[in-house]
Write a protein that binds this ligand. Sequence first.
Ligand code: F6R
Length: 365
Amino acid sequence: EKEGYDHFMLKEIHEQPKGLYETLNRRIEEDGSIKLDGINMTKEDIENFNKVFIVACGTAYHAGLVGKFAIESLAKIPVEIDVASEFRYRDPFVDDKTLFIAISQSGETLDTLAALREAKRKGARILSVVNVVGSSVARESDDVFYTWAGPEIAVASTKAYTTQLMCMYLIGLYMGRKKEVISDEKYNQYMSELQDIPDKLTELLKSESSIHDLAKELYKKEQVFFIGRGADAGVSYEGSLKLKEISYINSFAIAAGELKHGTIALIEKDTLVIALATQDKLYEKMLSNIQEVKARGAYVIGIAKEGNKEIEKQADRVIYIPDCMDEVSPLLSVVPLQILAYYIAKERGCDIDKPKNLAKSVTVE
Ligand code: F6R
């Protein structure tokens, strides 16, 4: 069932163009409008919300970090985000004007389910973004929006994450459209960027063997830092989690601008830093963050959009992703990080599909 791949994780990485295509195209009508099957919110319902609260765990939480950007900018509504295990014990401000969004691949994560029940008790409308059809989270939600990733077997989540991101963009666009706060021009630009993603991802997957070569150089590192700004910061957290959970390397992610407030103390000669620099409007800022760590001797792998070559002057190595609008780059930029994590773990001889201490769905507190 691994269809020739050595591990489910690698197979699932390669299934991402298809998962994204399905998640998007099943929701587009012939006239180009978005139809969110499973979501029964009226214009009035949407206008009634004064806040969105996204709650999830682990990788799904990281999808929520990008979702916050997307929904705030598209639907013009404040978005709070929390990990489920914190949300449920802290008496958050949630009421009948809150749209609560739970994100969960399995739909069985206990903390997420408990947070959902707490939000429901307080009167929030519950929308879930779930992969497993008919799971507990799906059953207990008012509206369910499925990711069309297909079954995810590997413990390390890959295609669930990217399809969750796609859902977040679609929810933002849908709400923005209903509220009439998004121009036709912006809507059409987003839709065409999203529709190009599956092909761009197929293109990007061709860099697998060069990323494998890079992994052979790097796999003995015992410490890695991931840095980024804006949407790239969210992707840094996900890249770092992916690497640590399957390779057992101590990895840490931080918003690049925060480095100098303490963490830079840990950067020394040959420290590996993976720097995401895919945001055009933050590119120069990232280049100066790269300079800061280079000045302390770091070995830097940059992730940038094709064409943005200035980074080559500072980073030791650069992995390019296809050019795209800043807002949707997480759909692409996470993929080299998934592949790098996979091959580093493989070079280290780790049991990739079943990392130690981890279970596919966490149904205990
Ligand atoms: C990491 C990973 C976990 C899950 C988390 C939530 O690769 O898979 O961090 O994302 O346990 O699981 P779900 O999405 O099933 O609620």
